[in-house]
Design a protein around this ligand. Structure first.
Ligand code: SF4
Length: 401
């Protein structure tokens, strides 16, 4: 259904830095995809593993997650209210609803979570109508499915686990989902994938009434088996020509479908911008638990070990460390494509040594016609094409070498 987009002022995003987000990193996947650089362990290579996670691993994950949460929560109690809880990974949809519920109850006993966005992210093979129903019953109000492609040959080229029955049932499942707020990830520029195939997948998924779409171009990330194979010419590179074409064309296509392009790779229907995503880009605090998870209390950060065993042996022991906000803030906020309130930018820049120069650079870009900067800052359309250069320019102004 094509809807008129809301008025400009209705799109302004505001920082909610006095509220907290909670992130749970569930570290298991059925199979470790060769292009993936997130921390996760493939069950198919683990003793006792298969297409599900053994109960002993689920129990041990839940127990350690609880321990980590309880060790860290006091540091975050000052926030009082939680506006987003996100179960990601890995494949968080491999976590049965009873374990999700156990953790949610724990969070609810310490924080006000009324009205919070509660997401479970995962893969098509787990999102059955029964699983969605059980998530809805415990208060999960958003699901996000890593579809990547509906074409078997593309999934195989991506080295993804593929369950033909569940993929075939996905469209029906999404269209009749008990949880109305639902998004998907799709990937483009995969070798041997045509533009027609990608667009057919996107159109079919949109027909199920999605509220959110994340579109990523395949990249050969350093350190992944796929990158090594490309380097040794044993696997084809991503199709960069098609990626460049779609990168330019997709925003207009999705705008006609009623979606707001609110971050480089993310599109949402009005009212469905993902709060969890915005927390990162608006530089807001997050209590993160699980192996490989990164937390931020508003000034200090911690990064958990990217190893299940190391994390289980001593959860919550990774130290809080200082970081340079002059480098991080540009990386976060300049990716946002909807208007950001001026006072939020002022409050972010004010504590920085060269914050005033940062505000002047925003104004300079506006004077050059790259952005609007009146009551709010917003890139003009087409800005995504030069964003990396502008982020670097801002980092150099805020933190000159
Ligand atoms: S399923 Fe997702 S998180 Fe797991 S290995 Fe594949 S891309 Fe990475």
């Amino acid at each position: 259904m094509k809807l008129p987009l809301p008025a400009h002022e209705d799109l302004i995003v505001r920082r909610q830095a006095d509220q907290l987000g909670i992130y749970v990193h569930f570290p298991y996947c059925i199979h470790k995809c060769s292009y993936c650089d997130f921390y996760s362990a493939g069950m198919d290579r683990m003793p006792g593993g298969g297409k599900t996670v053994p109960v002993s691993d689920l129990e041990s994950f839940a127990a350690q997650a609880q321990l980590e949460y309880q060790s860290r929560r006091d540091q975050f109690k000052k926030f009082g209210r939680v506006n987003s809880i996100f179960f990601g990974g890995g494949t968080a949809s491999l976590l049965p609803a009873e374990y999700v519920d156990r953790l949610l109850e724990l969070f609810r006993s310490d924080f006000d979570t009324e009205g919070a966005e509660i997401t479970v992210e995962g893969n098509p093979e787990n999102f059955s109508p029964t699983y969605i129903e059980s998530l809805a019953r415990i208060g999960v109000n958003r699901i996000h499915v890593g579809v990547q492609s509906l074409h078997e040959h593309t999934l195989r080229d991506l080295d993804r686990y593929y369950d033909r029955d569940r993929y075939s049932a996905l469209i029906e499942t999404l269209a009749h989902s008990r949880i109305g707020n639902r998004g998907v990830d799709l990937m483009y520029g995969v070798p041997n994938q045509t533009e027609g195939q990608f667009m057919a997948d996107l159109r079919l998924l949109l027909s199920t009434g999605l509220t959110h779409v994340s579109l990523y171009s395949l990249t050969a990330e350093p350190g992944t088996p796929y990158e090594a194979a490309v380097r040794k010419k044993k696997a084809p590179s991503p199709d960069e020509d098609l990626q460049a074409k779609l990168f330019q064309e997709l925003p207009e296509f999705l705008s006609h479908e009623g979606f707001i392009h609110y971050e480089v790779s993310n599109f949402a229907r009005p009212g469905f911008l993902c709060r969890h995503n915005l927390r990162y880009w608006l530089y807001e605090p997050t209590l993160a638990i699980g192996p490989g998870a990164h937390g931020f209390d508003g000034s200090l950060r911690y990064a958990n070990p990217r190893n299940v065993i190391a994390w289980q042996n001593s959860p919550a022991t990774s130290p809080m460390t200082m970081h340079d906000p002059s480098l991080e803030i540009p990386l976060c906020i300049l990716r946002i494509l909807v208007p950001i309130a001026r006072e939020d930018l002022e409050s972010l820049f004010a504590p920085l040594d060269r914050g005033e120069q940062g505000m002047m650079l925003l104004q300079k870009w506006a004077n050059q016609g790259l952005a609007d900067f009146t009551g709010h800052f917003q890139w003009k359309s087409g800005a995504v094409l030069f964003l990396d250069d502008r982020i670097m320019e801002m980092q150099e102004v805020l933190s000159p070498a």
